[in-house]
Each structure stands twice: as structure tokens, then as C-alpha cells.
Design a binder for this molecule. Structure first.
Ligand code: EPZ
Length: 420
């Protein structure tokens, strides 16, 4: 198992250009098979989940070329509508190929999607919506075999504003006959980006960023050239890395309007934030503060993906923070490891009480999911002494060479990988 060797006590600061968004590019890569024309994506992050997506696209028969941060996808020939289990289980967003393949080929076979084990993460909302739109679904040996001879627009009422379900219904409906309306749709920035990409390919979609999306099915989509926006969670991660080590940092790229709830928490923790048209500047306080509570929730609430990172930050704050995780039922797996480094955190159901301590001590810790792993790296940056953060493969799924990024910002972080 690969690990990050982190030497604590070095300030993280300076200037950095944030990379392209993982959670924006993954649905767009699935959406690229909705057109037989070439799609060109720019500002692509070089992360494991993108590599897995390319493997899936090639498995389906697409030709994918990479030049620097650009990806060219030619899906004029789809030869396969079944995605093997070993690919599907690597990441959650593999489920989006269900909607894309059904829209393009009217048939799809995929296993249960993988991804971070932060809860059960069922796909019932996806499947129920699909059935309403004419998809016949059979589950045999954990494989979903789906046929959709005719796809018809429908009014879908989501019980929960699921990001993935909203994305999957968008992919299924853009070429369906008639009008689809998604009620209680997710409002995340990544939904807005996906709609903009689909619209660039000729889709007719209205209401992105609101709880109601309306899609007028069209017969075909054309190719597009599209730039992936900056990753708001990577930006939040680096702001926290600087704040936990007493640094000052300027990030080029992140759009303030999509980070308001995260920035508000950093301000409550005592950070000074400044903005200009190109990015965000953070100045750390002498002493972090934490006498407040924060709850995760669907956008525009505080993002669940930032919960582990802000928790790390607040382990060294003066005061107590009650953090409520309302989105995923098992997203506190980093807590035990943070306590192993000297943090004082108590879990009560979906709430964690983070009691600030004077110091963290370097230790060997194990990541069990993507953002939890990044949170452990942040804690190690501020801890006294050295730490080994095992489970680098989780972190590599969503952060492009985070060891290099932190090293060029003043950190002492090295990645050691044995054969995984
Ligand atoms: C996306 O996951 C993101 N992943 C997650 O980021 C993010 O945490 C999450 O949205 C919430 O913002 C990608 O975009 C690849 P959901 P997704 O469907 O789509 C329940 C990261 O670290 N639910 O909005 O899986 C589900 O169990 C990752 O980058 C159902 O019950 O999130 C969860 O409790 C982690 N049935 C809640 O809804 C369903 O059919 C939110 O899930 C679907 C979801």
C-alpha cells in the first residue's frame, strides 16, 4: 500500500493554480458518448478516476487521445454496452455510463458502482427514474441489465436532491422523446457545468442551479470543445492546508460564488479572505477559532466533501465545533486516525464534537477514502514530527499529485508507492 511521508511543521503558502474539477469532468466524460462527433475537453485533471473513465470509454470502443491537459474523445463507434465489474467497482461515477449508454445504444449492462465507502450509496433513485422513462431493468448476479427500446420524457420527483441521480437522468433524457422535468434536482456547480457541456453539444435544458430542470429531448447531439472549470474541493483543501499550518496562500481559478459556504466556515475559524477576479487569497490567523457548529448538506449548504478537511483544520482550533454530516451515513472514518495523532473528537451518531487541542503528533495513519485521506495529510502537515499516511490510492483518485502541489507550497511531502 502506497503512503505519503509528511514532515510536519512547515508552512503551506504562496501561489497555486487550481486544477480542473474531478466531479465536473467525470459526468462529462460519460456524456461524451451521447454524440458521434468528436468532443475535446481542456483543463482536465490528471487523476486516477479520469484514467479509469478513459479505460471505460476505450472498453466501449471510443478512441481517446490525450495531449497535455486536453482529452479528445471520438465515440463514433460504440462496440460494447457492457462495462466489466473490475472497472465499474473502481469509482462511483461509473454508474453514469448507464444513462449515457441507454441514451445512445438503448442497452447497458453494468455492475454496482464502487467509490468511496462513506455509506451504502444505493442507486435506487437512478433506477426508479429510469423505469419511469421506459427502461426495463433486470438485476442478475449483481449486474444491472437494462434495455430501453423507447425513451420517453417524464416528470421525475427526486426524494433527495441526489447529484448522481440528477446527472444520470440528464444523460438519459437529452435524447429522449418529449419533455423531462426533474423536480428536487441537485443544484451543485457540477450540475451547472454538465448542463453547459450538454447545451454546447446541442441539448435543450433549462433551470440549471435551481431545483427544477427541464429537458426537451433532441434527436441528436453534435461535438463540442469544452473547458473543465476549477475544482472547488481541491481549492478548499489547499485553503485548509495553508490555514492549518499558519500560512498565506493565493489560489488562481476557483470561483468564489461556488465556494461561499466553505469560505464562510474559514472566516468563522478566523481566516482573513480576499478576492479578485482571478482567485482567492487566504491569510491564516495566529489562533484558529471553533466555537461554532457546521452541518453538511446539498448545495448551497456546506459541502460534505469539505467535512473531513475542515475537521482536520479545527482539531487545532481554540474551542469546540459540532460538525453534523447529514449527507452520508458513514463519513467519519478519518476521526479515529485523527485521534491517533492526538486530536480530541467524539462521535455521536451523525454528529462529531471536535475539541481543539494544542498540538498534533506525527503518526502512522491509514486513509480509507479520498477526502478522509486528504484530511490526514493536512493534519500531518501541522503535526510535530513525521507521519506516514497509508492508502495513497484513495487520495490519487481525486487529487493530481498532491505531494508535488504541497511541496511547491512549502510542504515536505513525498509519495512512496510499492506495487499496489
Ligand atoms: C457525488 O456523489 C460526488 N461524487 C461526491 O463526491 C459528493 O460527496 C456527493 O455527490 C454529494 O455532493 C461525484 O460527483 C463523482 P448523491 P453521489 O447521489 O452522486 C443517497 C468526492 O469525495 N442516495 O448526491 O454518489 C446517497 O446514499 C465524492 O469527490 C440514495 O439514497 O452523491 C447519499 O446518502 C464523495 N439513492 C446521498 O443520497 C440514490 O439513488 C447523496 O448522494 C442516490 C443517492
Amino acid at each position: 500500500m502506497g503512503y505519503y511521508l509528511v514532515e510536519g511543521g512547515h508552512t503551506i503558502g504562496g501561489e497555486f493554480v487550481v486544477r480542473g474539477s474531478k466531479n465536473a469532468i467525470l459526468p462529462i466524460l460519460a456524456a461524451s458518448i451521447l454524440t458521434q462527433d468528436e468532443v475535446v475537453l481542456d483543463n482536465c485533471p490528471d487523476i486516477a478516476d479520469v484514467k479509469t473513465s478513459i479505460e471505460i470509454l476505450q472498453q466501449l470502443g471510443c478512441v481517446v487521445k490525450q495531449e497535455g491537459r486536453s482529452l479528445m474523445i471520438d465515440s463514433s463507434t460504440i462496440v460494447q454496452t457492457c462495462i466489466p465489474e473490475y472497472m465499474v467497482c473502481k469509482m462511483r461515477s461509473s454508474v453514469l455510463y448507464l444513462g449515457a449508454l441507454l441514451a445512445r445504444m438503448h442497452h447497458a449492462e453494468i455492475g454496482h458502482p464502487g467509490g468511496c465507502e462513506i455509506g451504502r450509496r444505493p442507486i435506487d433513485l437512478h433506477l426508479r427514474a429510469f423505469e419511469k422513462m421506459g427502461v426495463h431493468i433486470k438485476e442478475e448476479d449483481h449486474i444491472f441489465c437494462c434495455d430501453a427500446p423507447v425513451l420517453l420524457g417524464y416528470h421525475i420527483y427526486l426524494e433527495y436532491p441526489s447529484v448522481g441521480a440528477t446527472e444520470n437522468i440528464l444523460l438519459l433524457s437529452v435524447r429522449a422523446e418529449g419533455t423531462t422535468v426533474i423536480h428536487n434536482a441537485a443544484r451543485e456547480p457540477e450540475i451547472i457545468t454538465l448542463v453547459r457541456f450538454l447545451r454546447a453539444c446541442g441539448a435543450e435544458i433549462y433551470g440549471e442551479g435551481t431545483p427544477t430542470l427541464m429537458i426537451e429531448g433532441v434527436r441528436r447531439l453534435h461535438g463540442a470543445y469544452f473547458t473543465i472549470p476549477f475544482d472547488r474541493i481541491e481549492a478548499g483543501t489547499l485553503l485548509c492546508a495553508s490555514a492549518i499550518t499558519g500560512g498565506n496562500i493565493y489560489l488562481y481559478g476557483p470561483e468564489r460564488q461556488y465556494m461561499e459556504s466553505t469560505l464562510e466556515v474559514l472566516k468563522q475559524a478566523g481566516c482573513l479572505l480576499r478576492y479578485d477576479e482571478e482567485g482567492i487569497y487566504l491569510q491564516s490567523p495566529k489562533q484558529l477559532l471553533s466555537d461554532f457548529s457546521v452541518a453538511t448538506g446539498p448545495y448551497p449548504a456546506f459541502p460534505t466533501d469539505m467535512q473531513p478537511l475542515v475537521m482536520s483544520l479545527l482539531t487545532l482550533a481554540k474551542g469546540t465545533c459540532i460538525m453534523s454530516e447529514t449527507v452520508f451515513e458513514a463519513r467519519f472514518r478519518h476521526v479515529e486516525q485523527l485521534c491517533h495523532m492526538g486530536a480530541n473528537i467524539q462521535i455521536h451518531g451523525r454528529n462529531a464534537a471536535v475539541f481543539g487541542v494544542e498540538r498534533l503528533l506525527g503518526a502512522d495513519v491509514v486513509a480509507e477514502d479520498l477526502r478522509g485521506g486528504a484530511a490526514l495529510i493536512l493534519a500531518a502537515l501541522a503535526a510535530e514530527g513525521k507521519s506516514k499516511v497509508f492508502g495513497s490510492r484513495y487520495v490519487e483518485r481525486g487529487y493530481e499529485n498532491i505531494e508535488d502541489a504541497l511541496a511547491c507550497l512549502g510542504g515536505r511531502v513525498h509519495l512512496y508507492k510499492k506495487d499496489e
